[in-house]
Design a protein around this ligand. Structure first.
Ligand code: IVH
Length: 820
């Protein structure tokens, strides 16, 4: 009954002609790859192929809703945001474990001695068998499977009542939606949701790139992600899960040992950590504790120690509980990779988007393998949470390559009677006060409502923001200005040679040489060449060349380089691809931004505000004036036509109560947005809309500025539509009705983009190759689909050949693909 360790073997693909069989096959395939990737850590296909299977399943389910099953991988995302979590009662309470405070081997010996005493074992009796496991550092969860299907997931809460977090937990790919094998009618699995350190670092890198808040540590981030009301946000957090115990079960013969039970959970397809071992007696526990202690830094996730559990369940029952803690288990920690030190001061740093980050200056300490003298305190809330004062003794932690953090204040080290919250403080204690002026440019510092981060309002007048934004602008993935390193940027700004990134394009050789001389004077260096009475200029010429070469970069990079908050590389690419011209991106009103793929409300507002800001307008105008010419497609993506449809734009206006359905209704009576902009209350009243929607619409139209904005949107819409292929043109396109399959990763387009382009040209994009396939577009690492295409004699194209076939392409004549 138990499936094989490596997951079910791949089944022969089901024919594309039978949607039910195909959907079932796709589901099994996707879950098999999920399992290989997230549970066994052995990826089995390229991401792009996985995406193609996923999309094919999505398409089938959209076309045949009756084929949708509750365990479909497509169900992992897409839950609606909640206003609150429902309460879940744990019929079997979620207990905690006692922690052994003695972190030495004597701690393990004491536990074994206690267990033996309680069990009445004497010296001559055999050693007790234990299960030794890792103690994961995340958030405890209880997963309830009914007839093998994930029915509910809950947090621990107070142990008796937790919160229903099912929609969030579904997004965790290592948690199976359906158990493998012969699952019992009821099986509650207990375990820990956690985040790996590498996933955490990547998440923070993404956050940083988008100018978003930086998370403090993997544990808090994992716990926060599970307790998100919007499952869409949880889905973006790289969470994982390990099972370590049971809750309620029915209709299952629980194996007689804890180790047997974990093996059974593993066979059901649940992730169970490999670093677990059945050991005998105190010596076995000590050896495990020591071994894991040595490997701790190398583990991909943080642990909080190890856990020992008496292996035989009958013995567990005999030992029972004291209060809410079992006598048969204990957590054994490690001497912390933590040190105490003193906070000498709290400085603030100003980032690219003006974020002001308090940083604790510490008396240097060696912790977790490195010297630490600065630690970020993130923001005001974090300082308040810690209650840290300048002068305090604090515990600093650093694990592996994780950024060091302040864990807590050692309050006992403060003089008695000191009140951190009020009143005068004795020397050397001081409270941190977030400055109300930027320490670099003296502009006002504001903290917007609902934001944890305080920001300098100086924008590009602030030297700190200028340095950071210039670094970002020149970075390899942005304008890629070769030779212009951080040191040069800092000096150019320090000595007032550039007020904004636009000034880079006005720099002359003398500017660089002057700045170099000033910097050398400041640093007290006399370069060799100067001592010899010569002036080196080659380096500066190289930078000037680098700057000149950066004038022509693709629009997407240019937009990314501008550094608007929330506009990372992918958002920049979306804007460039869909709108096709800088001028249109600059003019795009909010509703137009909202309808673009993957642009949510926060991002749309950020883009809109950025381009409306006069300072930014000036910089962009100057860049263009100084010869920067973003390379642009010049026309929108044909798929934009759908997004510009009246009902779509009306629904995106952000009018409360104007649902998509009502927008559709309203659009039927409209020829253009202009007509809507001019709508009179009488006209609206005739629209047969429910009273609440009507009132909301009238209120919206009467808001000052609304009608003018609608006219602007209407004008831009008309302009964009005029650049798109006329309706019917796509039908006459040479691609109309042709079936394409995309495989492998294409050099410049993402799968979605290629698909959108092909579909806009009237082609069909399918997930699998058959005799009916007209073209296969193959990129790097194309696998079985390419082979199949070759064996069936289907025409294979590369990306360039595909682009050339699209209507409007420079040579749309004949496909250049290899015929095989
Ligand atoms: S067993 C009855 N095993 O530690 C025993 N707990 O205080 C119930 N934890 O928040 C827990 N790793 O989420 C157990 N291998 C492990 C664990 C573990 C982490 C957490 C658990 C709970 C706390 C127990």
């Amino acid at each position: 009954m138990s499936p094989k360790q490596d997951g079910a073997a791949a089944q022969a693909p089901a024919p594309a002609g039978d949607p039910a069989a195909r959907a079932a096959w796709l589901r099994a395939e996707l879950e098999r790859h999920n399992y290989r990737y997230y549970v066994l850590d052995e990826p089995s296909i390229p991401d792009a192929d996985y995406d193609a299977l996923y999309r094919e399943l999505q398409a089938i389910e959209a076309e045949h809703p009756d084929l949708l099953t509750p365990d479909s991988p497509t169900r992992r995302v897409g839950g609606q945001p909640l206003s609150a979590f429902a309460t879940v009662r744990h019929t079997v309470p979620m207990l905690s474990i006692r922690t052994e405070t003695d972190t030495e081997s004597t701690g393990a010996e004491a536990f074994d001695a206690r267990v033996r005493r309680e069990l009445g074992l004497g010296e001559g009796d055999a050693p007790v068998e234990y299960m030794a496991e890792l103690k994961f550092d995340g958030l405890a969860l209880s997963l309830r499977y009914e007839d093998g299907l994930l029915a509910r997931a809950a947090t621990r809460g107070d142990g008796s009542n937790g919160e229903d977090v099912t929609a969030n937990v579904r997004t965790i790919k290592s948690i199976p939606m359906r158990l493998k094998g012969d699952a019992p009618p009821v099986l509650e699995v207990r375990g820990e949701a956690y985040m790996r350190r590498d996933d955490f670092d990547r998440l923070n890198a993404r956050q940083r790139e988008a100018g978003e808040k930086i998370f403090v540590n993997p544990r808090n981030t994992a716990a926060g992600a599970i307790r998100q009301l919007d499952p869409g946000i949880t889905a973006q957090r790289p969470l994982r899960f390990f099972a370590y115990g049971l809750g309620e079960t029915a209709g299952w013969d629980i194996p007689p040992t804890h180790s047997g039970m974990l093996d059974a959970l593993e066979a059901f397809g649940l992730p169970v950590n490999k670093d677990r071992r059945v050991v005998r007696g105190a010596a076995g526990l000590v050896a495990f504790h020591r071994e894991i202690g040595e490997r701790r830094e190398a583990l991909p996730f943080d642990i909080d120690g190890v856990v020992y559990k008496v292996n035989r369940l009958d013995l567990q029952r005999r030992l029972g509980f004291v209060s809410r803690e079992p006598r048969w288990a204990v957590a054994h920690k490690y001497p912390a990779q933590e040190r105490t030190t003193t906070v000498l001061g709290i400085d603030v740093q100003v980032g690219r988007t003006g974020a002001i980050t308090p940083v604790a200056r510490l008396a240097p300490v060696f912790v977790g393998g490195a010297m630490v003298s600065n630690v970020t305190l993130h923001n005001q809330d974090e300082i308040e949470r810690l209650g840290v004062l300048i002068g305090d003794t604090v515990i600093v932690r650093r694990a592996g390559d994780v950024i060091p953090e302040v864990v807590a204040v050692v309050a006992e080290q403060r003089p008695p009677g000191l009140d951190p919250a009020a009143g005068p403080l004795p020397e050397p204690y001081r409270r941190f006060v977030m400055p109300d002026k930027c320490p670099v440019c003296q502009s006002h510092v504001v903290r917007e409502e609902g934001e944890a981060v305080a920001r300098c309002t100086g924008g590009l007048t602030c030297k700190a923001q200028r340095k950071e934004s210039t670094r970002h602008f020149a970075a390899r993935r942005a304008m890629d200005i070769e030779g212009l390193g951080e040191r040069h940027i800092d000096n150019l700004i320090e000595f007032e040679r550039i007020a904004s990134v636009a000034d880079l394009y006005r720099l002359k050789l003398e500017d660089f040489l002057d700045v170099k001389r000033l910097a050398d004077e400041r640093d007290g260096v006399v370069p060799e060449t100067v001592a010899q009475g010569k002036i080196a200029t080659k380096w500066a010429e190289n930078i000037l060349e680098g700057i000149a070469a950066s004038k022509e970069r693709p629009l997407a990079r240019f937009l990314f380089a501008l550094g608007a908050r929330h506009v990372g590389e992918s958002t920049a690419k979306t804007l460039a691809d869909w709108l096709g011209r800088l001028a249109w991106v600059r003019r795009a009103p909010l509703p137009l931004l909202r309808v673009l793929p993957d642009v949510g409300e926060v991002v749309a507002e950020s883009i809109y505000e950025f381009f409306k800001e006069p300072r930014n307008e000036t910089v962009i105008d100057e860049l263009l004036r100084y010869g920067v010419v973003p390379v642009e497609a010049g026309r929108p993506l044909p798929a934009l036509a759908d997004k510009l449809a009246l009902p779509v734009l009306l629904a995106a206006l952000g009018v409360p109560k104007l649902t998509a359905l009502r927008a559709e209704q309203l659009a039927q009576d409209l020829d253009s947005l202009d007509q809507f902009a001019d709508a009179s209350p009488e006209w609206l009243a005739e629209r047969k809309l429910p009273a609440d929607a009507l009132a909301s619409l009238q209120e919206f139209l009467e808001r000052p500025g609304t009608r003018a904005q609608l006219r602007e949107l209407s004008a831009l819409r008309a302009e964009l539509l005029a650049e798109l292929p006329a309706p019917g043109e796509a039908a006459q396109s040479p691609l109309a009705g042709k079936t394409f399959v995309l495989t492998g990763s294409l050099p410049t387009l993402s799968r979605d983009e290629a698909k959108d382009m092909l579909e806009a040209a009237g082609a069909k994009v399918s997930g699998s190759v058959s005799k009916k396939t007209d073209f296969v577009v193959a990129g790097a690492e194309a696998g079985s689909k390419l082979e199949k295409a070759l064996s069936l004699g289907v025409t294979v194209l590369d990306e360039a050949a595909m682009l050339a076939m699209l209507p409007g392409a420079a040579n749309a004549a004949e496909p250049k693909g290899e015929q095989s």
